[in-house]
Design a protein around this ligand. Sequence first.
Ligand code: UDP
Ligand code: MN
Length: 465
Amino acid sequence: MRNAIIQCLFCGSIIFIIWTALLVSYFHHNHEINQQDANIVWPLQKNMHLHKIHGLEQIQAYHLRGERSNTDETDEEKPFFKLSDNLNYSDPELFDGLLKYGLNVIISRSLGHERIVPDTRNERCLKKYYPIKLPTASVVICFFNEEYNALFRTISSVINLTPDHILEEIILIDDMSEYDDLKEKLNYHLEIFRGKIKLVRNKKKEGLIRSRMIGAAYASGDVLVFLDSHCEVNKAWLEPLLYAISKDPKMVVCPLIDVIDYTTLEYTPSPIVRGAFDWYLRFKWDTVFSYEMEGPEGPITPVRSPAMAGGIFAINRHYFNEIGKYDQGMNLWGGENVELSLRIWMCGGQLFIIPCSRVGHINKQHLQYDAGVNKAISYNNLRLVHVWLDEYKEQFFLRKPGLKFSNYGNISERVALRKRLGCKSFQWYLDTIFPELEASALMKGKHTIFINRGFKNPKSFNLEV
Ligand code: UDP
Ligand code: MN
């Protein structure tokens, strides 16, 4: 009997040990898998989206997107960042550079102050001639903690590829950068461009939106051209933009934005696209219909664009002031590109992408999630929604119910501006400029929407989707 009890106890302990070992090995394995997941997924402040794009095969998947996503974190899609195969993350210099600047700092340093980039224009552009007498341009470049060489290449490409008589000046706005090489070292090396460059250093952090307005206030050229601080302009980039504005001062124009890969800094052409956005007010690139390219100019026809990407466009300086610059009440970064696009279209201007003008832009990837910027995006978008979206603001709140009662500051000046300029309704914008957006509201909306395509009688749909 005693033996039987001892045997039972012995068997019980063996079973206990086996179970414990199995459980320990199971949890250990799971932990490893989770760590592997964590290693390939990084929080990112901007979303990357893959869109159907005219000539998609010409580009490297979503690396086309590099400029603006204007996205804050939605319930629908959490931002994430996938590690690139091109980078050796165990190299401390590279990893540190990526954290600080969002690009491959080793390659950027080796490229240095200037380089020649491939001419990505369609060959038809080479046969185009522009008048010698064009408006003059003030190029405004805001920077905050930019990688020194990337900033310098932006400036030297403008100086090297812009005829002197149309380049009034380059205005640099330092938005309180913290890195040492952007102080005396930058001052020292900018001396070679003396006479062409104004450098303004903000006394407090203003954010991109107010910094651009500060730059515009210092400008004296006929046209303001805004660039990011990590661009490289291409051959004859400015002439087509200035020519379009010279014919119509209410014409706002963007170059076609080529991609400079943040891992290799390789400069590659983008296909013809137009700027758009969704009901979250996130910027995206969209298809250009082939019939739009069927005119006598074929693939170099200017493309009517419902929205601009972000920081790269040209606008008549007086017109910029007349239509209300940017919304001074917007913070830091985000939303201002869609707001300005709506204001241009709804208040009597036009917005086009000019394919013969090419500017490369580094599609930086930031490893860190920036809560301050995300907060600013929501705040800025709310201001936009309440000033410009009329009854369609509900489409935004359907997607972002959490923002319905959030604070957006005082918008009375912007509402008065809209009235003073006699701007058209958001319904007009949807009908005339961007019908595809309304179509997506029909898919997701839950209330009555009127459709009026001009040639049809207005119809009303009661949708329960
Ligand atoms: N920038 C700035 N202050 C800020 C944020 C950005 O001056 O608070 C500058 C930044 O250095 C860059 C430009 O604004 O030259 C646009 O910013 P970013 O490249 O992040 O925007 P995106 O390319 O996504 O439009
Ligand atoms: Mn940028």
